[in-house]
Design a protein around this ligand. Sequence first.
Ligand SMILES: [Cu+2]
Length: 242
Amino acid sequence: MTWLDVPAPWAMRLQDAASPNQEGIHELYDHIMFYLALVLGLVSYMTIVIVKDFTKNKFAHKQLRHGQTLEIIWTMFPALILLLMSFPSFILLYLSDEVLTPALTVKIVGLQWYWKYEYSDFVNKTGETLEYESYIMPDDMLEEGNTRLLDTDTSIVLPVDTHVRFIVTANDVMHSFAVPSLGIKIDATPGRLNQVSTLMERTGVFYGQCSELCGVNHALMPMKMQCVTMEDFLTYLSELSE
Ligand SMILES: [Cu+2]
């Protein structure tokens, strides 16, 4: 099967999940959609029936303008539906905030209009932190298989099945670091370190776009994330530290 890891033409639902958090978001989406369909079905059925037989309205009832029982029902029922939607939502919200002992930390800095990635756990041969910048691939440099407005010259390379923590900040104005396949979206704010963690469950290439309006080239600072095996990741790191 092919995973939907990039925005595709006519794709109307969420991208395929690559992390437990995004799986949770899918579940919540389906859960809320169920109640949405229920309410929409009931309301549109009643509206159509009333409009169609307006001369002999079968919903007309002497208690409709004042009825204790009826009013209790139509107050409690929506309240119950809201409760049933809010509980799983809050559980997911607080779970996704949790940062469990990470095996790896990557610092992500948003700048006008590119991203900088720092592997602060590692140093190169001269003792400096491994860091590099990532710019969008211009249209005239795109190669076969590249995605316009999403591919970058360098990408964040990360190991599969590893708890990774991102420390996100910005250098000039607010940006937002977002990767839909991982269910991540976190503000990059100057003077502030935000953290979020993820666990990638499969190898692949995941894309994201800056999600906080940050200036004229806001649309031209995508992020490309490559999830590879641990061996490949270590090879990548050693090449980077040359
Ligand atoms: Cu930005």
